[in-house]
Design a protein around this ligand. Structure first.
Ligand code: HEM
Length: 171
């Protein structure tokens, strides 16, 4: 499958918007979490979990799947391929891990958010989500760096494919 120029641009727009939108949204949660931990406002702990609950299925999970799906389509529909270049392969693995961890974490988010609606609980009683949000942000920054720098290394499969294609064009 080779993408037409118009379709590639459309998919790339969706890909960059969803991937960096996902990173930006996670960055907001990291900032709220740090503010809650430093104790600037006791209500921030509660706000963090209620906001996570509001955003997780309506924003974070859809962005993660859009990034993954458009990334795979771009890889398969261009010369990059899905398993030919290490930078694409690493992005695939990192994004898959981040998406699985996010989906698994939705359970914890609903449990803690259901406690956060209880006015008897103090904002200070809520746990931090920094391990997940901060870890997620690091992974998303890493995938962005890989996307921009596109380090050269090719997998053995990619090298073999390139040789085969080279042979086909030289009779
Ligand atoms: C959250 C994770 C991801 C982020 C932050 C991200 C970010 C980006 C960015 C900023 C670009 C534009 C780079 C440029 O045009 O120079 C890009 C392109 C690309 N991404 Fe991703 N990406 C992510 C996930 C993925 C995944 C999972 C795949 C597939 C395995 C993928 C495959 C690609 C490919 C092949 C391109 C080049 C498209 C082209 O040249 O038309 N990305 N990515």
């Amino acid at each position: 499958m080779v993408l037409t120029s118009a379709l590639r641009k459309f998919l790339l727009t969706l890909h960059v918007l969803s991937s960096l939108g996902w990173a930006g949204a996670v960055a907001v949660f990291v900032v709220i979490d740090i503010a809650a931990l430093t104790g600037s406002d006791p209500q921030l702990g509660r706000l963090l979990w209620l906001a996570l609950q509001a955003a997780v299925w309506s924003l974070l999970v859809p962005l993660a799947f859009t990034s993954l799906l458009t990334g795979v389509m771009l890889a398969l529909g261009t010369v990059w391929g899905l398993f030919r270049h290490y930078w694409v392969l690493f992005k695939l693995v990192l994004t898959l891990i981040a998406t699985v961890v996010l989906v698994l974490y939705t359970q914890t988010i609903s449990t803690v958010a259901s406690m956060a609606v209880d006015p008897a609980m103090s904002g200070m009683d809520f746990p931090s989500a920094l391990l997940h949000t901060g870890g997620g942000l690091v992974v998303l920054v890493l995938t962005t760096v890989l996307a921009i720098y596109k380090p050269r290394g090719m997998t053995r499969y990619g090298q073999r494919k390139r040789q085969e294609q080279g042979k086909q064009t030289v009779p």
